[in-house]
Design a protein around this ligand. Structure first.
Ligand code: 5GP
Length: 177
């Protein structure tokens, strides 16, 4: 089995690029079918989703837009903990069919905190596409409308996902040994 080292940790090949391509193509077919005659706007969450977003978007054949955002979390003034804000959202989502593109939903905390802010903008619809999902670590129930792979609760790198900045350029997805 092929293993790699990223920083101080060993990872083993887990999902091949062919398997990823197959799932991305399937998601694209579903979205193309569901959004026929519509003009969806994709919101890709940086950094992790950039490769998934690019590969998926190339296969979208309805009239579509894409915007890339970064989520920044900071401590709010209230004692309710972290507040998440979107940096770089340059599209008016009011009345639009929005599809969020995520690399991975883990605890669900990020989207749980961020989705209400998007709902506030009154989109016509709001769906989530995530390449990966770790149901074992889910704390907040997030409905993923388009999903590539369900994976166990082990750290993964590759295909856009990093370990401390490295590993995003790997074509396959690797799992921590
Ligand atoms: P959540 O808020 O759902 O717990 O976390 C989602 C974010 O955590 C993802 O967008 C990703 O940045 C990071 N994350 C969660 N699990 C993994 C993993 O296995 N590998 C990497 N590289 N990032 C992860």
């Amino acid at each position: 089995m092929s293993t790699i080292r990223v920083h101080d940790k060993e990872f083993v090949a887990y999902i091949t690029s062919a398997e990823i391509a197959e799932q991305v193509a399937r998601i694209a077919i579903e979205i193309n079918r569901n959004y026929k005659g519509k003009n969806p706007v994709f919101i890709a969450i940086l950094n992790g989703a950039f490769i998934f977003a690019a590969d998926l978007f190339k296969q979208i054949n309805v009239e579509a837009e894409i915007s890339f955002i970064k989520l920044a979390s900071y401590k709010g003034v209230k004692s309710t903990g972290k507040v998440i804000t979107a940096i770089g959202l340059d599209v008016d989502l009011h009345g639009r069919d929005v599809i969020i593109l995520e690399d991975i939903v883990d605890t669900g905390k990020t989207l749980f905190q961020f989705l209400p802010q998007l709902e506030h903008t009154n989109p016509a619809s709001l769906k989530i596409a995530s390449l990966l999902f770790k149901p074992e670590s889910m704390i907040h129930l997030i409905k993923i409308d388009y999903l590539g792979f369900t994976i166990p609760n082990k750290f993964v790198v590759g295909y856009g996902l990093d370990y401390d900045g490295l590993g995003r350029n790997l074509k396959e997805i690797y799992q921590l040994i």
